[in-house]
Structures are given as structure tokens and as C-alpha cells.
Design a protein around this ligand. Sequence first.
Ligand SMILES: [Zn+2]
Length: 239
Amino acid sequence: MDGEVPTRLGSIAPGAPFSPDNTRSDVVLQRAQLMRHVEQLDHAILELSMEPSSALALGALSTQRDLLQDELEALPLKQLAAATLPFNIDVGMFPVDTLRKPFINDWRQPRSGGRRHQGTDVLAHWGVPLRAIEDSTIDRVGVSSLGGRSVHLTGASGTHYYYAHMDEFAVVEGDTLLAGELVGTVGDSGNARGAPHLHIQIDPNGGSDWTNPYFLLNALYGERETEPQIVDGPPNSGR
Ligand SMILES: [Zn+2]
């Protein structure tokens, strides 16, 4: 347990490229460290469980892991979102219907042709519904070689969202959506062939000065109900 266990939180690991904008909040770092420790313990528990007569050690590790997990879940997610986002979204929906956390901080990871990743990849099965994160207007619906079938949205907060690699569109230009309403479905169009996922980019200022969407997604994911919320009438009427 000296921190050398590989972690899936790629960009948070020491030495990995990391935007200074994303390190400013203590609660974010605290959360990242807790997540890493829980993950390391999961790893150790898995390995130990394959050895005979390890019940005592396993029990101790499991207790330690559960305590950390409790601490992680007690972190104030609203505060986390407010501390890490350069903007405020009052009501936010996680954009993909999925129950298991399907993304990591892959901001600025190297991509083909010397490019750097400009967003976050949210892994999902083909055909899974994609939803508006907040009340939004559809600015553009189009097709390109890299992004495939893609949609540009502007949210009520002024944030520009770009969804790429979609399969089907549920919107046309000029449509207005409430948070949680259907934008389309997950696909593998563009350069994602065989690996269906949502590639999402955001600019809180409404332009194309892309910002790491990871912390927004993380906050939205943490605040989700355990079951995906299907919106088919006017939602959030008390807001
Ligand atoms: Zn991507």
C-alpha cells in the first residue's frame, strides 16, 4: 500500500498531465485521494481473497475500505460541484442513462494525429439514451469524420455542450429541451467505430474554449438517483 498500485483515475495519478484549474479545490483532491485509496484496497482485497487462510487480514482490509467509502460518500457533492465548476447549474442531469460509473478524467490524454483529448468519454452501450444536462437549446445537429453524428447545445447557464459519436438524433436545430429530455442515443459514429460512447465537450462561456467536463460529470453522477430518471412531462415543477 505505498501508492504504486495502478489506478484507473489516470489523470489524477501523480505525474500525469493535469490542468491547474482542476486542482484548486481541497475537496476535489480529498475526493480523488479517497477514491484512489478505496480502489487500492479493492485491489488488495481481491488479491488476498485468492490466498488460503487470509480471513483475518481480509476482514481488517474490508473494514478499512468501508470506512473510507463512508468518508467518500459523506463528501458534500453540492459543495464539490460549486467548488470545482466555473459556473453554476441549478438542476443538472447526468447525460447518459447508466448505473455504473462509466468515465475517468481523460482530459488532454494523447489521441491520434498528435491531438489531445478535449473532453470526457462516457462509456455506454450502443443505443442508450442521451439527455440534456440542463434546460437547453439545440444549436446544431451535424455529421463529421471525427465526431460522427453530433449535437451542439446551449444550456440556460450559457454553457456550450458538444455531444459526439451518437447513433440516432432525437432533436433538430432550434429545439428547446428541459433538463433530462432526450437528445439522441449513444453510438460509435465518427472515429469511435466499435467503441460506443458519448464524447462530451463543454465551454461554460458558450464558445469553443473547451474546459475539462470531468468534474461536472462527477458531480452530476454523484447527485443522480440510483435509477435513471425518465422525464416525460414537465419536470422539476417546484424549481
Ligand atoms: Zn472522446
